[in-house]
Design a protein around this ligand. Structure first.
Ligand code: PXL
Length: 276
């Protein structure tokens, strides 16, 4: 059985980071070990959240795992909260990354803004994880922050290609960008391979709603698909279809929550889509 480790926070309530990575990756038939980097009462889009830092646990976990000789098929990183955590993730990449796919979701921003709690000096630090990563999958805002570029809502293909090339220039082997739209009603993901220069794009219906945590759902499904042997473009397309299905199910619910989507009841769709 394939085995990955996901390194990100656990928001006790809020359907993001580890509370979605663990069920989604597991449902896709892949063992998902976790390194929780912090415990929050909710994700940071709520008000008044509590935060307990777990950075001090990260190195002892790595020490123990190294002693046990554990190996992973992928290391999947998401939301990280400090410079030190980024440095420790680099250690995980060194210690456990030799035969593992390194997948970096630089979860830190959306809609042109950093999430609450991040300072402007953090994105360049997060960008250090791109060196040697097999895939980096930021949204447009995160890509701009990683590259120190202005966030734009009006853009053309040339601008998008420059962002992808910029991410590859930082050392990633494949770069994907989510939340890309060139025509009304269509939203998609584009990717560029550093090895072959292949460009891929995949668009889905752009539902006129926005929910928190969809980026983590997207990345988790992409990771599960990649570890199951799909190519980067295939994995990105599957993850896009699954995310749209989650949103579709959410808006069908009369009393749906605002803070996360119904990824749970879309899992049968995910497995069906994976076999297709
Ligand atoms: O979904 C990204 C994410 C992960 N973890 C925490 C967050 C967010 C986004 O706001 O607050 C704690």
């Amino acid at each position: 059985m394939k085995k990955i480790v996901s390194i990100q926070d656990i928001s006790a309530l809020g359907k993001c980071s580890l509370t979605v990575a663990l069920p989604i990756v597991s449902a896709m038939g892949v063992e998902c070990a976790v390194v929780p980097t912090a415990l929050l009462s909710t994700h940071t889009q709520f008000q008044g959240w509590t935060f307990h830092d777990l950075t001090d646990e990260m190195e002892p976990i790595a020490d123990h795992w190294k002693k046990e000789g554990f190996r992973f098929d992928a290391i999947y990183t998401g939301y990280l909260g400090s410079f030190r955590q980024v440095d420790i993730v680099k250690r995980y990449f060194r210690d456990f990354g030799k035969d593992a796919m390194l997948i970096v979701d630089p979860a830190m921003a959306d809609n042109g803004k950093l999430y609450a709690g991040f300072m402007p000096d953090f994105p360049p630090k997060m960008a250090e994880l791109l060196e040697g990563a097999d895939l980096v999958l930021p949204n447009l805002t995160e890509a701009c922050f990683l590259l120190g570029k202005d966030y734009r809502t009006d853009y053309d293909r040339r601008y998008i290609m420059q962002l992808l090339e910029g991410l590859l220039a930082r050392g990633a082997k494949n770069a994907a960008l989510t939340g890309v739209s060139f025509e009304p009603g269509k939203l998609g993901v584009v990717s560029l391979s550093g090895r072959t220069g292949d460009f891929s794009e995949y668009y889905t219906e752009h539902l006129p709603v926005s929910f928190h945590g969809t980026g983590d759902i997207y990345s988790s499904a992409a990771v599960g698909a990649l570890v199951n042997g799909m190519s980067v473009p295939e994995a990105l397309a599957l993850a896009a279809d699954y995310t749209v299905e989650c949103i579709r199910l959410t808006v069908q619910e009369k009393d749906h929550s605002w803070y996360g989507v119904n990824f749970e009841q879309a899992i049968p769709y995910l497995l069906w889509r994976m076999k297709k």
